[in-house]
Design a protein around this ligand. Sequence first.
Ligand code: AMP
Ligand code: MG
Length: 334
Amino acid sequence: MSERTTIVGEINQVEVDPGHEMIEQAARLLLDGGLVAFPTETVYGLGALALSPRAVRRIFEAKGRPATNPLICHVWSVDQARSLAAEWPELAQRLADEFWPGPLTIVVPRSSRVPDEVCAGLETVAIRMPAHPVARALIEAVGEPLAAPSANRYTEVSPTSAAHVLDGLEGRIEMVLDGGGCQVGLESTLVALVGDEIEILRPGMVGAEQLAEVARVRDFKAQVVDDLKARPSPGLSRRHYSPTAPVRMVEGGEFEGLRRGVGTKIGLLGLCGAGRSDGADRRFLPADPDGYARGLYGALRYLDRRGVDEIVIEAPPREGRWTAIYDRLARMGR
Ligand code: AMP
Ligand code: MG
């Protein structure tokens, strides 16, 4: 792949609108078939025109992502979402009413307008309406849905800042819109609709308890699927979310022992608490799930860059709003 210059467009989300100079520039690049990374409230996305097979193929090429792993389409309005679906069930509408714009992705039967490349051969398409003002302004300026997976190389941890995006994709994409850090920090909750019921394919910060207010939620069974089989949700593969260093999750007691020892070449990631402060190879995250999620990928990337032989993570709680965090961490173990 030929090297290109990646433009970095700084943008203040308070001042953004579709006529903003940076948004217009980004929209032009996208309409020309280019790739633009942009902030969403979950993680940074790598956008291309969802209805252009050529533009979408470039996403896979830039990320090194297997063609068996389908992409999420990002929309500006419910009408735009419906235009991508062969069917828009009443339950999809109720979920959209409740959670959009926001960190929930809904899988529905796909319209024939959606290129095969986006859906990796599945008969369904995953759709989300992001809440981040920069993402919204960009999709509005383009006037078409954007396919956008996380803006990292395949198997890298998802990016929650423009610097993270550049680490993996500089020279491989036309532009990144730098809108600062992501508020949520973890990928969206991904749901399929099974009749009147909701099936969680990937947990996220829209939790089962919230979804249950809209319809019955099937018990989530954490599933890890083989990388090359595109069922039922390919991003559930183990390698999808991992740092380069091997990752091990241990319980609090064992973690405390390692923390007090003079371990060499071990990166430690724990929960904030008495006597615990960040050091060269150690990071501590807030003991509340929202703060933890927001800081997680940045901390993992930091420890990975230290070149440690192993990253040891103190197991956080598994319940309630911690479910999605625990799910991602559990996938990182080998
Ligand atoms: P990423 O945007 O990199 O977080 O990845 C998108 C996630 O959505 C991956 O886990 C995909 O496997 C999943 N996905 C996309 N489209 C579908 C679909 N039609 N059915 C099930 N999962 C999907
Ligand atoms: Mg991803």
